[in-house]
Design a protein around this ligand. Structure first.
Ligand SMILES: [Zn+2]
Length: 442
């Protein structure tokens, strides 16, 4: 059994039953804590149960789901679990619709829990004390930048917390500071490669990057392969997944083995209990099936969640407990394939934006970070959908041929005829944070 990449082998090597035993013990303790909070008691009572019922692990399946509407109704400090005076810091979800929802973190939540969760992930990727990291995740209310600051500090890494943007500076620092690691959005990493080349910097020979964690959005294998080909030999981009509600970007990461299968481990299962449920029946799905990620935080003091519906859909691995890294109690899941509320139903055909991205990323000559979906209504059931892409400056062919080729691939992938337009590089919008791929065009 390989423990060389495990920061916490006492946990990471456990088999499924032993890991579940930890979860059950912590669920009972969580129930006892929530029983002190009238708000939480009232929330459980809507299903005729009490937080103390969590002493029986079977009771979790009867706890009402949490979602944004439930939290918004309890503005401004929903289900906090601790007095406001015990909160060190608030973070918030991006809030693309309506007011952001605040999530509190106590000193323990930040410096014990979150730091340890992220340090475990960094160690799993092969990073060690003294390695140099460029933290390109966002700061402010977003938890991403903060989480990687804490994780790098816990592991003893050297941190350059630039945040998103400042590409002209970053491409030089990656060379001059000989940085080993980057936490960055995938689209911005692609932008950095382009900016470097424009400045006469060759990432393959001038940079020493070994690892990048790409978060904020999920990218296809083709996109990752292409990025890795532009980087120093041996460079790997690791997918990561998490949410503010779960306590940060700490739900799932790829190990060196699952990376090749485009899968991630639920690597913090001793502190974040994850259910993968059929979004219609809410029954757990089996190997190879698609379900929605539902999380329960086991150790978080402020703003704990019980059965938070992420709306993110994943496919459970065909062999979820069989990874060569030795983390055999930590399920492997595929990358996020879409959100249950991003899903489009175009003339009766189900379409996820990620399927369109896969086709674009796999087509030579396209600009990977710039593409849009246009729909004639934003109600998730548009009558018309079209796709816009860009061709690279170096593309020698006929743009109409590129559009036709993508159109054919989309038809075979989706079972739907989709008009495709092809523009010169630089025409379509760029996004530094979460991309708004679906746009209204009537
Ligand atoms: Zn593994």
């Amino acid at each position: 059994m390989a423990t060389a990449t495990m920061l916490h082998p006492d946990i990471e090597q456990l088999d499924r039953d032993d890991l579940r035993a930890i979860q059950h013990r912590k669920l009972a303790a969580l129930g006892a804590r929530l029983a002190q909070s009238p708000e939480w008691v009232a929330h459980f009572a809507t299903a005729g149960i009490h937080p103390r019922d969590l002493a029986d692990p079977q009771a979790l399946a009867g706890v009402p789901f949490l979602d944004k509407a439930t939290l918004r109704a309890r503005y401004p400090f929903p289900l906090l679990g601790e007095p406001v005076s015990k909160v060190t810091r608030f973070c918030a979800t991006s809030g693309t619709t309506g007011l952001p929802v605040l999530f509190g973190y106590t000193d323990h939540d930040l410096n014990e829990l979150l730091a340890k969760q992220v340090a475990r992930q960094l160690y799993c990727h092969g990073l060690r004390a003294g390695d140099r990291g460029y933290n390109g995740f966002g700061f402010g209310l977003w938890v991403g930048g903060l989480a990687y600051d804490l994780g790098m500090a816990k592991l003893g890494m050297v941190n350059f917390p630039v945040g998103p943007g400042r590409s002209e500076l970053v491409v030089e620092w990656l060379r001059d500071m000989a940085l080993d690691f980057a936490s960055v959005s995938p689209v911005f990493l692609a932008t950095l490669v382009r900016v470097a080349r424009e400045k006469g910097i060759d990432p393959r020979t001038d940079w020493t990057l070994r690892h990048a964690v790409i978060g904020g959005q999920s990218v296809s294998r083709a996109f990752r392969d292409e990025l890795e080909a532009e980087m120093p030999a041996g460079f790997k981009t690791y997918n990561t997944y998490g949410t503010t509600e779960a306590g940060g970007p700490v739900v799932a990461v790829a190990c060196e083995h699952s990376h090749d299968r485009d899968e991630m481990h639920l690597i913090n299962e001793d502190t974040v209990l994850t259910e993968i449920l059929d979004p219609d029946t809410f029954r757990p799905v089996g190997p190879g099936e698609v379900g929605e990620i539902v999380v329960t935080t086991l150790d978080k003091q402020a703003s704990p969640v019980v059965r938070w519906r992420t709306r993110d859909l994943v496919r459970v691995s065909d062999r979820p407990y069989d990874c060569a890294c030795g983390r055999q109690g930590m399920m492997t899941i595929g990358r996020i394939i879409g959100r249950s509320d991003d899903m489009l139903k175009v003339r009766g055909v189900i379409v996820y934006p990620s399927q369109i991205e896969d086709v674009i990323a796999a087509t030579k000559g396209t600009v990977k970070e710039a593409w849009q979906i246009y729909v004639d209504s934003l109600d998730q059931a548009p009558g018309r959908m079209s796709v816009a892409v860009e061709y690279e400056r170096s593309y020698n062919g006929v743009p109409d041929d590129l559009a036709a080729s993508i159109g054919r691939d989309l038809t075979s992938r989706l079972g739907l005829k989709v008009p495709v337009e092809c523009h010169p590089e630089g025409t379509l919008p760029r996004y530094e944070a979460k991309a708004q791929r679906v746009q209204l065009r009537t």
